[in-house]
Design a protein around this ligand. Structure first.
Ligand code: FAD
Length: 433
């Protein structure tokens, strides 16, 4: 059993207090019930409430408790590097280009929303940098630049020297920079979205785990331990934490636990030569090396470690060691924060909009790209429910749940592949010297 770390995150130490979200008590009625107050559920709730829909959100813990409040806070306007628009269209058919378009707009959507709502979440639209760890990945990044250019979007390619100057790390082959990306405090963002949704008329109930979904009078009765909401429509946005509530959704994703560390404050000594311009960095390795400055001058990095007892200690030692290996002259540094969270991964790394039953949908699987994509998808789902977006124009098919083949074994796959991934990454990269 992994140690619960929600209150140990750097973001929790820096975020403003959460808005009041009293537990559900007794019977209630709503047009739409959203189960789960992560960024996806909160964005959908906000956009529905803004169009006058009566929406209630039921959250097992508190807004941002899942991956949304514990991630690295990178706003990334792209899918996984290996997924070009052609791959997306091959998978999704007519929905492929709308999804590619939405992903491309997602950074602008997030920062625009933050500005419009005045959310205090240390937002920095400083661009998102993706350095190539190998010559082959550099060619892939150049292809991605051409893909975006063909769709009227400008992303920049940096050569190796400019990448070294900006990143402060010398061994990359170059990088792609998306100027519409950047970084935020994700928990502060989730709390800000929750406050804005409440301000627009949504009801958010924390400490209200949904225990059952029952058919009732042509709609749904969504039950918690202390009450129930009768709704015409229900949207599940429980992501990797879905478990027993809807086993078909749990079987459709692979839960991947990811650890994060935040060092002692270091910006005074390193800000002029490391992540110059404050773009967060996530490279192309299979086991991605990600790095950012926090608002209070710490380095934040992380990744996967072998699961089991002592995982937090392994994360702290392993990621400090990787940091020292990658960042020249860093010397011995301390981690002041160590935490973890769970990503809902799909085999093809694409999200799903699932048709579970009439009036019962689920949106899941934004993988490691969920800060921007959940915000954008939540807005689109609200548009679909409010009748502003036609199903044919929606950026995802509305499909049945797809079980991950060999789910029991697949759950352990990412951890089992980790040593091999690290070895391959190092072999392909000059960092492996
Ligand atoms: C460590 C880490 C780092 C990451 N870094 C990044 C990054 O830098 N950039 C990026 O784009 N993405 C990143 N991601 C991925 C991103 O955080 C997720 O894709 C995104 O937050 C998913 O949001 P969500 O709303 O779908 O789900 P979640 O945020 O997981 O929310 C699901 C919510 O549902 C609730 N819930 C579950 N079951 C029930 C129930 N029965 N009743 C009521 N409520 C329930 C949970 O309590 C939870 O609050 C990272 C993820 C992790 C774990």
């Amino acid at each position: 059993m992994a140690v619960e770390t929600f209150h140990r995150t750097l973001w929790s130490a820096l975020a403003p207090a959460a808005p009041p979200t009293p537990p559900l008590d007794g019977m209630a009625r709503a047009d739409v019930v959203i189960v789960g107050a992560g960024l996806l559920g909160l964005s959908a709730a906000l956009h529905l409430a803004e169009t006058g829909v009566d929406v209630a959100v039921l959250e097992a813990a508190e807004p941002g408790f899942g991956a949304s409040g514990r991630n690295t806070g990178f706003v990334v306007p792209s899918l996984r590097t290996s997924l070009g628009p052609g791959d997306v269209t091959a998978r999704l058919g007519a929905h492929g280009e709308p999804l590619t378009r939405l992903v491309g707009q997602s950074g602008t959507i997030v920062f625009g929303l933050i500005r419009r709502l005045g959310i205090a979440c240390a937002a920095e639209q400083t661009g998102w940098m993706q350095p190539a760890h190998s010559a082959a990945m550099m060619r892939t990044l150049e292809t991605r630049q051409r893909d975006w250019a063909a769709r009227g979007r400008t992303v920049t390619i940096l050569d190796a020297a400019e990448t070294a100057r900006r990143a402060g790390i010398a061994f990359y082959h170059g990088a792609l920079v998306d100027p519409t990306g950047g970084q935020i405090n994700p928990l502060a963002y989730a709390r800000g979205l929750a406050a804005a949704a409440i301000g627009a008329g949504a009801r958010i109930h924390a400490a209200s785990r949904v225990a059952a979904l029952d058919r009732a009078d042509g709609g749904w009765l969504v039950r918690t331990a202390r009450g129930a909401v009768r709704a015409d429509r229900v949207l599940l946005t429980t992501n990797a934490l879905v478990d027993a509530l809807e086993p078909s959704m749990a079987a459709s994703i692979i839960p991947v636990r990811v650890h994060q560390i935040a060092t002692e404050p270091l910006a005074e000594a390193f800000a002029d030569r490391l992540l110059v311009g404050r773009s967060p960095l996530a490279d192309t390795r299979r086991h991605t090396f990600a790095l950012r400055w926090s608002p209070d001058g710490r380095l934040v990095t992380g990744g996967m470690v072998m699961p089991g007892p002592g995982a937090l200690g392994r994360a702290e030692r392993g990621f400090l060691a990787r940091l020292r290996r990658f960042v020249p002259g860093l010397g011995p540094v301390r981690a002041d924060f160590v935490w973890n969270g769970v990503i809902a991964a799909t085999l093809d790394q694409m999200p799903r909009f699932v048709d579970l039953a009439p009036g019962l949908d689920a949106a899941i699987g934004c993988n490691g790209r969920g800060v921007a994509l959940t915000t954008a998808l939540g807005r689109e789902i609200a548009g679909l429910y409010a009748g502003r977006i036609a199903a044919a124009d929606f950026p995802l098919p509305h499909g049945r749940p797809e079980k991950v083949p060999g789910h029991f074994m697949a759950r352990h796959g990412p951890a089992l592949w980790l040593p091999w991934s690290n070895w391959r990454d190092d072999r392909e990269s000059a960092a492996g010297r």
